[in-house]
Ligand binder design. Structure first.
Ligand code: CU
Length: 156
């Protein structure tokens, strides 16, 4: 009888430990998924394209093409804050924001004058994005992310 009770205690502790391990792992995955947008590049990391956010409320250039895995820099050269938003829930006009299937929505939050925001694209397709405060005056842009072709990655 005592042995049975002991076994039960061991079993309950083991189940609890697995539960905690799973919860920790899930939290780690969630954090990693949200880490594609950042305010600073990692050492040795470079931006494949730079989009300037201007005083006349424009993304320049308003269309860039990059490959999967590339990082795009949005550089705010204006005197006001701008944002880089690709979240359909935030857009006032539906067609202004577009995401490829399976891609996660992103939102830079306010990018202060003189600073940059970086986003690394991991899903190929067309991204249409807006600046939240200036969507109504037409501050929109597009990023086309191409699947990396085999010959680009093969080195001799
Ligand atoms: Cu703006």
């Amino acid at each position: 009888m005592r042995t049975l009770r002991y076994s039960l205690v061991v079993f309950v502790v083991a189940v609890a430990a697995v539960g905690v391990a799973y919860a920790l792992e899930s939290a780690g995955t969630a954090a990693a998924a949200g880490a594609s947008g950042t305010t600073a590049l990692a050492p040795g990391q470079t931006a494949a394209a730079t989009v300037t956010m201007t005083d006349d409320n424009k993304f320049k250039p308003d269309k860039v093409k990059v490959n999967v895995g590339d990082t795009v820099e949005w550089k705010n050269t204006a005197k006001v804050a701008h944002t880089v938003i690709d979240d359909p829930k935030v857009a006032q006009k539906k067609g202004n924001v577009e995401l490829p299937k399976g891609a996660e929505a992103f939102n830079s939050g306010p990018v202060a004058p003189g600073t940059s925001w970086y986003y690394t694209f991991t899903t190929p397709g067309t991204y249409k994005y807006i600046c939240g405060p200036h969507e109504a005056v037409g501050m929109k842009g597009e990023v086309v992310v191409k699947e990396k072709r085999e010959k680009d990655t093969v080195k001799e």
